[in-house]
Design a binder for this molecule. Structure first.
Ligand code: AMP
Length: 234
């Protein structure tokens, strides 16, 4: 079963996907991470997407779909994936539907992580990321930002160039115009779950796990269900 994490830049999709990965045996497939890795490698794909990423614009749909198609064909994606930051346009959502049908995969849930615009701007301004494992830190919440070192892997922390205020504002605009309409697309298909993204990450994670379990098992309310949600969250 595949899961999509929908939400504006700064909504916490990456953080939530990382927490989900500790609980679900599926990889996180983040188009943003794939594009940044290609840019760092200096590959042809990296050169192709760099301008879009640096301006806060979306990479063309056909390029994005080809990257996702290739990634989903890899062996570790066979049982399911957590899609983070994809799809972001109606054409990508339709392309994903075609890809899923062709490859016998099923989309189980689209979780829309909701955060107000003021909180998004504040989060992006203080966001630091590990250059090695991608873990996300916030200047106001995490002392690691002062030391500049990731507590998980010791990698150096940096601020993404596309978190600069002007690019940030553009990314949020692009999200409202091109990605927010996907909520209706998935609501109409009975796949959308609304998750409040403003509480502490662990509480957002709890709500997300609950939505996933409800979808998978329909077992809401039992003690085993509550234990399954809280596994590894303490
Ligand atoms: P993210 O890390 O998800 O915020 O993505 C960083 C940047 O990568 C975005 O601002 C876009 O330029 C590009 N990008 C990531 N995912 C997509 C996508 N699904 N479609 C088009 N562009 C994307």
């Amino acid at each position: 079963m595949d899961i999509v994490l929908l939400g504006a830049p700064g909504a916490g999709k990456g953080t939530q996907a990382t927490l989900l990965r500790m609980w679900l045996p599926w990889p996180q497939v983040s188009t943003g991470v794939l594009f940044r890795a290609a840019m760092a490698d200096g590959s042809e794909l990296g050169d192709r997407v760099r301008g879009y990423v640096e301006r806060g614009e979306l990479v063309p749909d056909e390029v994005t779909l080809a990257v996702v198609r290739a990634r989903l064909a890899e062996a570790d994606c066979a049982a399911g994936v957590i899609l983070d930051g994809f799809p972001r346009t109606l054409a990508q959502a339709q392309g994903l539907d075609v890809l899923l049908a062709e490859t016998d995969r099923a989309l189980g849930l689209v979780a829309d992580v909701n955060v107000s615009e003021a909180v998004l701007m504040a989060r992006l301004a203080g966001r630091w990321q590990c250059s090695q494992c991608g873990a996300v830190y916030h200047a106001l919440l995490n002392p690691e930002v002062k030391s500049g070192k990731c507590k998980a892997c010791g990698g150096g922390l940096y601020q993404r160039e596309d978190d600069a205020p002007a690019v940030q504002a553009r990314r949020i605009q692009v999200y409202q115009a091109q990605t927010a309409p996907l909520k209706d697309y998935y609501r109409e298909r009975g796949l959308l779950a609304q998750i409040d993204g403003e509480p502490a990450p662990v509480l957002v994670q709890r709500a997300l796990r609950k939505a996933i379990l409800e979808r998978m098992a329909g077992a809401a309310g039992s003690e085993a269900f509550e234990r399954a949600i809280d596994a590894g969250l303490a």
